[in-house]
Design a protein around this ligand. Structure first.
Ligand SMILES: NC(=O)C1=CN([C@@H]2O[C@H](COP(=O)(O)OP(=O)(O)OC[C@H]3O[C@@H](n4cnc5c(N)ncnc54)[C@H](OP(=O)(O)O)[C@@H]3O)[C@@H](O)[C@H]2O)C=CC1
Ligand SMILES: CC(C)(CO)C(=O)C(=O)O
Length: 310
């Protein structure tokens, strides 16, 4: 299978390395000249939490430099640039190309569906964590899962083949027809943990072990559950708490992607996470005071260039 990964950051490098090491033909696509130059000259170094370290070269390009077609595109950019990223790779897509998004937040598949036919879109979440130490230098964990399904349509042979390919690459990949629930549960996880870690500038373990941290996490998850249920999506609250406990225990030192953005003075995914939940809460008149407060605090800390003009 010929795969292009859009976004050569923490997750893009982790996915590219593991897929390439298991024999897939992988190309990376990014927009940052420094990232592209560094990965071209130094390759990717992937360090896993059990100490395993792999170094390899994966071809990397600006989208416009590539002039070939792919069986699969995996979108691993931040949510704010999903549409721009898809527009830039349309020339790599045939009527049979599938596009898989594993981004955090709500609405990424819908954004992609603005550009390609919905039956070719696959969407899901991953509980794998990755930190970027520098361009091409990813630190990831072995634990964690990928849950995914088709955005529109029934299961087909391609999905089974892709699931096996991901498993051969060492991922705990699961096809899950209840994917909307998984996406809502992951957004609740991120709305709680990513926000608190970002506001307190600390890793997952610090926030999740603190009694007040736990209290706030509970409130956020409960508010998310109310919104999901009003939006017609089943929401397994104990599963979210179990997944947060798992992250606090096994990813204690991980800096959530939102905090990595904040520390690098980039805009965070607050709009794709809190903003998206609040917009749906508004449509259904669900009261979400904790989420609203976290949203405002996160917006206050966004870099000036991402603030709305007066
Ligand atoms: N890191 C983690 O542990 C996890 C992350 N996720 C999710 O995965 C997604 C990716 O996260 P992560 O890898 O951390 O993000 P990063 O910011 O590390 O990587 C994103 C990369 O995409 C590049 N990019 C920006 N615009 C485009 C574009 N138009 N075309 C191609 N590339 C582009 C960025 O360049 P530049 O920096 O110049 O903008 C950057 O190199 C996010 O939705 C995140 O929430 C999910 C689970 C865990
Ligand atoms: C915390 C984590 C790794 C959970 O998978 C995540 O989603 C993120 O860093 O954004």
């Amino acid at each position: 299978m010929k795969i292009a990964i859009v976004g050569a950051g923490a997750m893009g490098c982790l996915f590219a390395a593991r897929l390439a090491l298991s024999g897939s033909q992988v190309h990376l696509i990014d927009v940052d000249p420094a990232t592209i130059a560094t990965i071209r000259t130094k390759g990717i170094t992937l360090t896993l939490d059990d100490g395993e370290c792999q170094h390899l070269f994966v071809p990397i390009h600006f989208a416009e430099q590539l002039q070939e077609c792919f069986n699969l595109l995996i979108v691993l950019t931040k949510g704010a640039v999903t549409s721009a990223a898809i527009r830039s790779v349309l020339h790599l897509i045939t009527p049979d190309t599938r596009v898989l998004t594993l981004q955090n937040g709500l609405g990424n598949a819908a954004l992609i569906a603005g550009h390609i036919t919905p039956v070719n879109i696959l969407h899901g979440i991953t509980t794998i964590a990755a930190d970027l130490q520098g361009p091409g230098e990813a630190h990831g964990n072995r634990q964690g899962h990928i849950y995914w399904w088709r955005y529109s349509g029934v299961e087909d042979l391609f999905m089974q083949q892709l699931n096996e390919l991901l498993q051969r690459a060492g991922f705990n990949s699961c096809l899950d027809p209840e994917i909307d629930s998984r996406i809502w549960e992951k957004v609740a996880f991120n709305a709680a943990l990513n926000a608190l870690c970002t506001l307190l500038n600390g890793p997952v373990g610090v926030v999740g072990q603190h009694p007040q941290g736990k209290q706030l996490i509970q409130k956020v998850v409960q508010e998310c559950r109310m919104v999901a249920v009003q939006a017609g999506v089943a929401f397994d609250q104990p599963r979210v708490f179990a997944s947060i406990t798992q992250a606090v225990t096994h990813q204690a030192h991980h800096l959530p992607s939102m905090l990595q953005d904040r520390r690098a003075c980039r805009a965070t995914e607050v709009e794709a996470i809190h903003g998206a939940i609040l917009r749906i809460a508004g449509q259904h008149q669900v009261h979400t005071p904790t989420l609203e407060t976290l949203y405002c605090l996160l917006k206050l800390g966004e870099p000036p260039c991402s603030a709305p003009s007066a």
